[in-house]
Design a protein around this ligand. Structure first.
Ligand code: ADP
Ligand code: MG
Length: 339
């Protein structure tokens, strides 16, 4: 056995990066979420080679001031919370202050940013956690992140990347989820120089569904609008006829965040019970607004998992609301909430 030593910061950051940055899609997710948190109204995502060699995210958000740029790349550096109490009513998608430090630990990052108030912008380059350049330059207001050669310095990680096509498909899925989660933001997505997705940002959800899923599915949507004691529900669910053999069509957003939840999936699937064959899964695009005190988003670094208090009520209220939407389609009187 060798003597015990504390790891140096770069090694710590590289190891920690593994929790946040698994593949190009996770980089895109983190950077777009930062753009959303920066109140951007237009976001462009561009990738080459599935995002392995090139990712560029441009936003017209609030930008970062020159004196804050270095800080932004430090681990646990965030402008979004000050203490754990802030987590209860968290309005931002980020709060852990880990994305930029993680991404820059395992890639070559170039940042160009300018706040609307400042006259000049800043260009900052950092590679494998080491600063390369910090200079003032002319730039439009907003932020552009360029991420080159993901995992260039962590071959063990690079080995687990799939083909450029497969990684590119994962990025596409993430961009679609983000565009769906914020219909009021205009998204442009370019893959290997080709336009893949454009949303206008006018808030019209059906238009985005049309862009992503095509006309046939758009014709099969049932609007859902309900208020239950625990939450507000809005969005669309698909007619039972558009069922799928897997859960890829089940989209749901909790307080603006695309998530995965066994509880919500069960509520959705049980609502369709009797309308659909077994082992078939519906299309849904559901937006749930739940009081921040009743959801915990700080379960996993990727924030894809949630913990709910009032699990059973939540399940019943969602299930019932969806059943009512399905029944209303057939003009059968509503089931009452006091079942
Ligand atoms: P978190 O999002 O959890 O705060 P990040 O590491 O993702 O942590 O980002 C660190 C900080 O950098 C953010 O809190 C924010 O202040 C700033 N930042 C990152 N991306 C942007 C952006 N696109 N526009 C403006 N500020 C940004
Ligand atoms: Mg973030």
């Amino acid at each position: 056995m060798r003597a015990i030593e504390i790891l140096d910061q770069k090694t710590i950051d590289k190891i920690a990066a593994g929790e946040v940055v698994e593949r190009p899609a996770s980089v895109v997710k983190e950077l777009v979420e930062n753009a959303i948190d920066a109140r951007a109204t237009a976001i462009t995502v561009e990738i080459k080679e599935g995002g392995i060699s090139f990712i560029r995210i441009t936003d017209n958000g609030c930008g970062i001031t020159k004196d804050q740029v270095r800080l932004a790349f430090l681990r646990h550096a965030t402008s979004k919370i000050r203490n754990v109490e802030d987590l209860v009513q968290i309005a931002s998608l980020g709060f852990r202050g880990e994305a930029l430090s993680s991404i820059s630990a395992v890639s070559q990052v170039e940042l160009i940013t300018k706040t609307p108030e400042s006259l000049t912008g800043v260009r900052y380059c950092i590679e494998g956690g080491t600063e390369k350049e910090l200079e003032e330059i002319g730039a439009p207001s907003g932020t552009t992140f360029l991420v080159h050669h993901l995992f260039y310095n962590t071959p063990a990680r690079a080995k687990f990347l799939k083909s450029a096509t497969a990684e590119g498909n994962s990025v596409s899925t993430v961009v679609e989820q983000l565009a769906l989660s914020h219909p009021e933001i205009s998204f442009k997505y370019i893959q290997n120089g080709q336009n893949k997705l454009y949303t206008s940002g006018n808030g019209n959800l059906k238009e985005i569904v049309y862009q992503i899923y095509g006309r046939d599915l758009t014709r099969e949507l049932i609007a859902v609008e309900a208020e239950t004691p625990l939450m507000k529900i809005s969005g669309f669910i698909g007619n039972p006829s558009v069922a799928r053999g897997n859960r890829n069509f089940e989209n749901y957003f909790v307080n603006g965040r695309y998530v995965k939840s066994k509880l919500l999936a069960r509520a959705i699937e049980d609502a369709y019970h009797g309308f659909m064959m077994q082992h078939r899964y519906p299309f849904t695009l559901l937006y749930l607004e739940i009081d921040g005190e009743k959801v915990d988003v700080n379960v996993h670094p990727s924030k894809m998992e949630l913990r709910f208090s009032n699990q059973e009520e939540l399940y019943h209220q969602l299930c019932l609301a969806l059943q009512n939407a399905l029944l209303a389609r057939e003009r059968i009187p509503e089931v009452s909430l006091e079942k």
